[in-house]
Every structure is written in structure tokens, then in C-alpha cells.
Design a protein around this ligand. Structure first.
Ligand code: ADP
Length: 402
């Protein structure tokens, strides 16, 4: 078989007639696309930084390379029906060059740029009329000072690009502002500031959209962050009014449509007390499967990983109905000290005590605070489901019960 790029679609001597999806990235998100790909007989190829990475451990077709280099992206893209991402860091000019070379890149850089730069994202959402906190570009200490005064000191400073898991987010006090801003600008960190929201909880809208336009939105999820890292997700978000759930869903669909997003889009939301009750504004966008969507693996007809593959291949999307009244996801982070009990034994203990807990491990070595897995529990009682998910995750982290 010879594809449109004149390349023999030939994987290790075996001619391939199945769809080929290249994923740029080698972490747990790419890894978790693999079971969905296997079920649908989609051939997954990854562009991996290392042959031992989380995704490379479970993928046969690996191109080891650097996503900053066009040649490496090209090598991974050859013969693929779609090229997609598990993170936002592939340079837009490289994605554009792949498109010029007639590769099918999803999502396209025209959409992805709004997940790459927080200031571009805020400006775009504001022009679309989406609710966002007050914000400003910060190019000098004077800019930061003026914004600080304008929001009465309730300021959140953010690196425009490259932040993740709360790295690149600061809440400076008056006395620290000037020095922090000067230091960051000196180090070449492009900055923006936004108003610190008195948030009551964080919510997340998860949408999938295919290039021909079909889009679906999962039930709205509540998430809890600890030290900037997602610790828990509950779906559907407890006690969310049907009106707000409807408004949030419509907002997610309209952002996906307006920006031309393809694949999975996560819209992280701040919830706060507004004049008419609970209200929302947008925190940020991620154009890939998202930590707040991991519950869909075990709590939903179609997981975000399967849906992402369907969407980037422009296949009909799967149903997004929840399978249980409530599903809770608890993240497993590396503990301060790795317990002596080996992980396989911890897994055995959790299996023994919590047969309903679905354990997902990422094949990552221990490092304090690192995301190494998560647990999903679907059930009927929020309290019991939550307790089971947290007990199971706690044991996997600490080898003790909470
Ligand atoms: P990252 O890209 O590192 O995930 P976010 O912009 O999502 O960074 O910020 C991380 C966390 O910091 C958010 O989940 C939220 O808890 C808190 N945060 C961010 N921006 C604000 C804000 N404007 N007001 C209040 N809290 C915020």
C-alpha cells in the first residue's frame, strides 16, 4: 500500500491497511490512547522523547525524536491518517509546515495556539463573549503595578506559555510584586496577569469535535486541585443546577466550534458566587484528553481517549452518557518517600479491599509529587464512591489506609 505521500505504509515488514494515528508525546495521555486504539484496530504511533517513556512502554511503533525538530515530526507523521498531540508544546510553525506538506494535523495550529498562550486565549475568549476574569498583558513592572491597583491587589500572575500543574502561576503579595515581575521578565518569561477569582470550586467542560463538525459534550465535571495539581474529579459535578450545567455545556460547544477545535477540548472553569447564585468564568483551555476527563474511562459509554481518536480521524463520535450516577477519579501522586512495599503488592491490597476500584498506572518511576496513576470508582452514593477512590489512591501512594 502506498499512501498519498508516496510512502509504503509498512510497519516492521507488515503492510498496514488500518488507520494510522501519530501522537506527538510519550506521557500517560498518549499511553491511555493505546487500549482504545487496540479495540478499534487503529495503529498508534508515537513520537517519543525516550524509548522507556510511559507511552513507549505500551506502543510498538515508536519514533524516538524531539517534537521541537521538524525532521522528527515529519518522520513520525509519514503515512499517518492523522497527526495529533498529547500536549500543547509542538511549535505552531512545524504543525503548519506539516499541513503544507498535506498531512492531516488535528487539532490545527490555528486552534491550538489558544491552548499554547494564555494571553492569546484570554483575548480570543473575550472577543467571543465568553466569561473571563479581568486580565492584562504584563510587559513591565509598571504594567504589573497598574493592574495590581486596578484589581485591589487580587492579582494572579501567569507565564503566558509553557506552564503546567500550577508551575507558572503566582499570587504575589504587594511587597513581592515588583521583584517577582522584574525577575520573571529578566529571565525571559512572557507574562500576563488576571484577577484572582474568589472561587468556590473548579469545574471542567469536556467536549469532543470532529473536523466535519459533529461535537459532543460530556457531563460537567467538578475538580479539586492541590498545589496546582488535579487531585480529584467528580462527574457529574455535584449540586450543579441544570441551568448552569446547560449554560456550561453550550459554552464548551461554542468555544470548540468558534475556535475550530478538533479532538478533545477541556475548558477549565472557575465557579464563584455571582449575583444570581453560582456562576462561572473560563480558566483555561486544553486541546487534548485532560486529567479531569479520566473518569470517562470507567464511568462513561465512550472514554475521552477513544473519542479523541474518533474525532481526529473524523469518525462518528460515541455516546457520552454516564454509566453510573456518580464517578470519582482520584489521582495517585508519588509520596514524599516511596514506601518499601513494592507497587504490585500495593495494587494487590487495593484489589482485595476495593474490587470496584479501577486502577490505572502509568509505568512511571517514583518521584515525589509526580502523577503516576489514578483510580476511578463508579457508584451510586457520592460519599461511598469518593471514599473508595481516595482510600485506593492513598494506599497506592503510601501503602497505608487513610
Ligand atoms: P496550569 O496551566 O499550570 O494548570 P492554571 O492557569 O490552570 O495553571 O492555574 C492553576 C490553578 O491555580 C488553577 O487550577 C486554580 O486553582 C488556580 N488559579 C489560576 N488562576 C486563578 C485565578 N485567576 N484566580 C484564582 N485561582 C486561580
Amino acid at each position: 500500500m502506498t499512501d498519498k505521500h508516496g510512502i509504503q505504509a509498512n510497519i516492521r515488514g507488515v503492510s498496514v491497511s488500518k488507520p494510522i494515528v501519530t501522537v506527538c508525546g510519550d506521557g500517560q495521555l498518549a499511553r491511555m490512547m493505546q487500549p482504545a486504539a487496540a479495540e478499534l484496530d487503529i495503529h498508534l504511533r508515537i513520537l517519543a522523547g525516550s524509548p522507556d517513556s510511559s507511552a513507549a512502554q505500551v506502543t510498538r511503533d515508536i519514533v524516538v525524536g524531539d517534537y521541537h525538530k521538524y525532521e522528527d515530526l515529519l518522520a513520525a507523521a509519514r503515512g499517518a491518517d492523522a497527526v495529533t498531540f498529547e500536549h500543547e508544546h509542538v511549535p505552531g510553525e512545524h504543525s503548519a509546515a506539516l499541513i503544507d506538506a498535506s498531512f492531516n494535523v488535528q487539532p490545527q495550529p490555528s486552534a491550538l495556539r489558544y491552548a499554547q498562550d494564555k494571553l492569546d486565549m484570554r483575548e480570543k475568549l473575550a472577543t467571543l463573549g465568553a466569561p473571563v476574569p479581568r486580565f492584562s498583558a504584563i510587559e513591565s513592572v509598571a504594567d504589573a503595578r497598574a493592574f495590581f491597583d486596578a484589581v485591589a491587589g487580587r492579582v494572579c500572575l501567569k507565564a503566558r506559555r509553557g506552564g503546567y500543574d500550577g508551575k507558572g502561576v503566582w499570587f504575589p503579595a504587594d511587597a513581592d510584586l515588583d521583584e517577582l515581575v522584574a525577575e520573571l521578565l529578566e529571565a525571559g518569561t512572557p507574562l500576563m496577569a488576571e484577577e484572582k477569582v474568589e472561587l468556590t470550586r473548579e469545574l471542567s467542560i469536556l467536549v469532543a469535535r470532529r473536523s466535519s463538525g459533529e461535537a459532543k459534550v460530556w457531563p460537567i465535571t467538578q475538580s479539586r486541585q492541590a498545589n496546582g495539581i488535579c487531585a480529584e474529579a467528580i462527574a457529574p459535578a455535584p449540586d450543579l443546577s441544570p441551568e448552569l450545567a446547560e449554560r456550561a455545556s453550550a459554552l464548551g460547544l461554542s468555544i470548540a466550534e468558534s475556535l475550530g477545535v478538533t479532538g478533545v477540548l477541556a475548558v477549565e472553569l472557575f465557579a464563584f458566587n455571582g449575583e444570581g447564585g453560582e456562576d462561572i468564568s473560563v480558566n483555561e483551555l486544553a486541546m487534548r484528553p485532560h486529567n479531569t476527563g479520566h473518569w470517562t474511562q470507567d464511568g462513561c459509554v465512550t472514554s475521552q481517549f477513544e473519542q479523541h481518536l474518533r474525532a481526529v480521524l473524523d469518525l462518528p463520535l460515541g455516546a457520552v452518557d454516564a454509566l453510573a450516577p456518580v464517578t470519582v477519579m482520584a489521582n495517585v501522586l508519588g509520596a514524599a518517600e516511596d514506601p518499601d512495599m513494592p507497587m504490585p503488592q500495593r495494587v494487590r491490597e487495593v484489589m482485595e479491599h476495593y474490587p470496584h476500584a479501577k486502577i490505572h498506572l502509568y509505568g512511571k518511576d517514583h518521584r515525589a509529587g509526580r502523577k503516576i496513576g489514578h483510580v476511578n470508582v463508579a457508584g451510586t452514593s457520592l460519599a461511598e464512591t469518593r471514599d473508595a477512590a481516595h482510600q485506593a489512591a492513598h494506599f497506592l501512594m503510601h501503602a497505608t489506609w487513610a
